[in-house]
Design a protein around this ligand. Structure first.
Ligand code: NAI
Ligand code: MG
Length: 355
């Protein structure tokens, strides 16, 4: 089991060290190799995603990624910015399926901005298509308008597009994930206005014929945004396109309290995956030893489950995290009166001890 470890910038190095500690104590045979990525790679090699890092990632069964970015790189040309590293990895490895579970741990119910009864026991999975949609569709650009409301004016345009195979493969991923859960998929679209998403709805409906045991619901994205805060527990698996998924998954993340708790997985058709916390490099707290490492540790659990076929070990990590929370240990982002404030390394050590 080859793991490429790419800590990156800011808190990336601090939180990835804790996840590596946790993996090492599992007594499984991993081959872990680290490489620089993002700003750290730019400093050393002049590029955020050096060929050697990309090669290591391609040869690995799974990638454990921290975070990239820092305000000090804002003035660099776009291709040299740290964030290009994560976009490059997604593109080169064909990572089209982004899994973002939003789980509200019993011990953290009070940390959410929603009423406890709405989110207690919450366990939903947002699956976002990651390589298509308006984010990548061509043509795009700026030009002088020849028609529309203001002919002759400067205008910008992007193209929303999805092909049948792109929708089919993400729909299969969603139905298969639902089979292992509560057998319900909500496909989110805007079919009432957009042809791309009428097509999305039609293709998801076609794929559903192969999964008669799974319930399929279609929902417009505006309603989905509302339902997520009104009755989030009514969802099980949510599948949607790149842009709607970007927005809805951030919304869902806040249901659970802190972004420091949220893992993610991005998978390709070979089962290879990149696993990273949902948050960024948090330059405001980097180097202080206070970042919450649990999102990264839970991402390592997802890695064991999805790419390394180690379900039992994944569950062991998840149980250990709950145990540590039950002991009352909290990094500052999830701390509340009556619990014990700990730093990044102490939290990692506690998970290791619980294991
Ligand atoms: P961020 O997620 O890094 O931070 C947002 C807020 O959440 C900050 O106040 C931060 O301190 C806090 N936070 C984040 N992770 C935390 C953790 N584990 N424990 C405790 N608190 C935590 O987002 P922001 O500030 O918008 O971006 C900072 C940099 O990260 C930027 O350069 C951005 O481009 C990059 N970024 C990178 C991502 C990636 O590597 N996949 C994803 C998102 C942002
Ligand atoms: Mg986002």
């Amino acid at each position: 089991m080859k793991i490429a470890v790419l800590p990156g910038d800011g808190i990336g190095t601090e939180i990835v060290s804790e996840a590596v500690k946790v993996l090492e104590v599992l007594d499984l045979k991993f081959e872990m190799k680290s490489a620089l990525v993002g700003g750290a790679a730019y400093e050393a090699h002049g590029h955020p995603l050096p060929e050697s890092t990309l090669q290591l990632a391609k040869e690995a069964d799974a990638i454990l990624f921290g975070a990239v970015g820092d305000w000090k790189y804002d003035k660099l040309d776009r291709p040299l910015r740290p964030e290009q590293a994560i976009l490059g990895l997604r593109k080169h490895l064909g990572l089209f399926a982004n899994f973002r579970p939003a789980i509200c741990y019993e011990q953290l119910v009070g940390a959410s901005s929603l009423k406890p009864e709405l989110i207690a026991g919450l366990d939903i999975l947002i699956i976002r298509e990651l390589t298509g949609d308006i984010y990548f569709g061509q043509p795009r650009g700026r030009r002088t308008a020849v028609d529309g409301h203001f002919p002759g004016a400067e205008e910008a345009f992007d193209t929303m597009r999805y092909s049948r195979p792109e929708i089919e493969r993400i729909a299969h991923v969603a139905f298969q994930a639902a089979r292992k859960r509560n057998k319900k998929v909500t496909s989110v679209d805007k079919a009432n206005v957009l042809e791309t998403f009428q097509f999305w709805k039609d293709v998801v409906t076609d794929v559903h014929k192969e999964y008669p045991d799974v319930e399929l619901q279609h929902m417009y994205v505006d309603n989905a945004a509302m339902q997520l805060v009104k009755a989030p527990k009514a969802f099980d698996v949510v599948v949607t396109g790149n842009m709607f998924g970007d927005i809805l998954s951030d919304e869902a993340s806040m249901l659970t309290g802190s972004i420091g708790m949220l893992p993610s997985a991005s998978l390709n058709s070979k089962g290879q995956g990149l696993y990273e916390p949902s948050h960024g490099s948090a330059p405001d707290i980097a180097g202080k030893g206070v970042a919450n490492p649990l999102a990264t540790i839970l991402s390592a659990a997802m890695m064991l489950r999805f790419s390394l076929n180690q379900e039992a070990a994944a569950q062991r990590i998840e149980t250990a995290v709950q145990k540590v929370l039950a002991q009352g240990l909290r990094t500052p982002d999830i701390w509340s009166e009556g619990t014990t404030k700990v730093g990044t390394a102490q939290m990692g050590d506690a998970v290791v001890k619980a294991l």
